[in-house]
Design a protein around this ligand. Sequence first.
Ligand code: NIG
Ligand code: FE
Length: 447
Amino acid sequence: MTNPLSAGAEIISVKEHERIVIRNALVLTMDCDNLDEVESTSAVVLGAQKECDVVIENGIVKAIAPNAAANQTGARVIQGRGCVVMPGLIDAHTHPVFAGSRATETVLKAQGLSYEEVTARGGGIVVSMRATRAASTAELRASYIARARQALARGVVAWEAKTGYGLNVEQELRLLECLYEAHKEEKVANFLPAMAPTVLGPHAASPEQHGLDNYMQALIDALPQFSSLAKKYAELDRVKPISVDVFLERNYFTREQADRWLSAALQHGMDVHLHADEFSRSGGCEVAIALSQKMEQTHARARNRGRVLSVDHLQYATDSDLLKLQTLGVMPVVLPLTSFFSNIAYVEGRKLRSAGVRAAIASDFNPGSAPMNSLWFAAFLALVKGGFAMSEVLTGVTRHAARAMGVEASHGVLRVGLPAQMIMFEGNCPEDFFATPLGDHLKTVII
Ligand code: NIG
Ligand code: FE
C-alpha cells in the first residue's frame, strides 16, 4: 500500500502477504558488533554491503544479500541501483503535541537573548501550555498527526513523543490520550511512525498547584492513571510502552523532585528519561547513575520492569558521568537542533569519542527551543557543527536511538527476521546521506 498523498518520498506501508524486493543497492545494515571506528573502518561499523538485495515478505526482512532477489517472481521490485538503503531513522526525543507558535522567541533569541532570558520575560513552556490548553482535543490530534506524517515522510519510522504542555494531571492525561488516539485508527496509523509515549508532566510549574513540590506529588499520585491509560491502548500496533521524563534544571525541577518522580515511575514498571545538565550542571546524570545502580541495570536488561533509558541534552555532563552511564546501559542523547535554535553549545562528538562514549542523536522537535521537525537536519548538524564522525551520526540516528527509546529488539538495524522498516536515498556511498541537509534526496520509506 502506497501513500497517495506523500509529496516527496514515496511511503510504502507493507501489507500482509506482500512481497517487495530492493535490487542492487548499497545497503547499510548498522548491524555490527565492533562500533569502534578507530579499530575498524566506517564500512564495517555501518555494515555496508555493495550491490545488495533486500527481500521483504509479510512485513519482515527475509534476506539481505547480493542476488537474494534473483528468483523472486511476483514480487514488487524496487530498483536500488544508485541508491543507499539503511534502517529507518529513529527520533528518540520529540515534543510533538502542542498548539501555537513561539516564533517571537526565535526573533528575540536572534537578537541575543538566551532561552532562559526569553523565559524570564514571560516566554517559554508556559506560552505553549496556554495555547495547548486552549486547543480542542480534535485540533491537537490533527496537528499531531500532520507532524507525525511529516516525520515519516522525512525518514523517521519511529519516534518518542512527549507530553508536557498540559502542566496539570488532567491536561497531561488529555495529551497522552491524544497521542494514543492518533495511533488508533489503522488507516491513519499505517502512515505514521511507530510511537513511544512519554509523560513529561514535570516540564515546568503548574499554574494550579502551589509550588513544584505539590505539582510533583500530584503527578506521582496520578501514576496509576497514566499507567491504566497506557494499558487501555496496550494492544495498539506499533505503539510502545509508556515512559516518563522530567526537566531537571535550575529554575525547573530539583534532583530530589526528579528522583521521587522517576523512582515512583520505575516502581510502576515504566521506563524513564531525563532532561539532564542542559543549562547548568544540575545533577541529571548523577540522578540517572544512582537510579540505574539501584535498579541493578546492565546492558543485558530484563524487560517488564522499568529501566533508565536515556539522559538527554548533556551540555554540562562530564566524561566520567557519561562513561558510567554507558556501563549501566543508559544512552546519552544529543540534540543539535536545540543548540542551533537556542544558541547553546553543541555537545562535541570528539569529546564523547575520546571518553569512549556512544550517543544517540535526536531532534528535540518542540515549539520553543527546537521548532523544526527534522531529524535529518539534526544529523547534519551533528556532523558539521558537533564534530561527530559520519558513522557516529548514522548509528546515532538508528541503532543507538533505538536503544535510547527502548526499542532495540525491533528497530535500528536491518536484520533478517526483524520488521521491515527502512529508507532509501539517492547515493553511492554512506557520505551521500549528507548530500542535502534536510534529506531532499530521500526516495522511499518502507514501514
Ligand atoms: O527539550 N528543555 C526542556 N524542554 C524543551 C523545551 C521545550 C520548550 O521550550 O517548549 C527542550 O528543549
Ligand atoms: Fe526536550
